[in-house]
Ligand binder design. Structure first.
Ligand code: ZN
Length: 139
């Protein structure tokens, strides 16, 4: 396994992990006001999507899609945002972010300054029900 010292995604410490297999994992990110934000992280320190084999690319996109369908089913967001940035931390990962009209940045990208505060909370049992959804979708 390829890792890089000092890379937070290689370390994977303090993650709220919902699902994992031998290639990648899904974590629930706790960003204030953006409840349900998930991250799909390739385990190896890979820089770009195009560094993966076609089969690996298909797999990681299936994982991203399974996260998306889970968020839609459980939270009914108005839109899902998917982003791969990692400019400062060049370790392949995807943000899968449910958006709501009352989220802090709506309708702007989540990384722009907040326009409002949000008191939105995840439904009880959300993490466990997402974990079950991912297990069922990614068998
Ligand atoms: Zn890394």
């Amino acid at each position: 396994m390829s890792t890089e010292t000092g890379c937070a995604h290689c370390k994977g410490a303090d993650e709220d992990r919902l699902w994992a297999d031998e290639t990648c994992r899904v974590v629930l990110v706790h960003e204030t006001g953006f409840e349900g934000w998930c991250r799909v992280i390739w385990h190896d320190h890979i820089r770009e999507l195009s560094d993966l084999t076609p089969k690996q690319r298909d797999h990681v996109m299936a994982v991203v899609s399974a996260v998306e369908t889970g968020l839609i089913a459980k939270l009914a967001p108005v839109k899902i945002n998917i982003a791969s940035l990692g400019t400062a931390a060049p370790h392949l990962h995807f943000h899968v972010i449910p958006r709501f009209v009352d989220d802090p940045a709506f309708p702007d990208p989540v990384w722009l300054p907040a326009k409002r505060t949000s008191s939105r909370k995840l439904p009880d049992g959300f993490a466990q029900s997402m974990a079950i959804h991912l297990q069922q979708q990614l068998k």
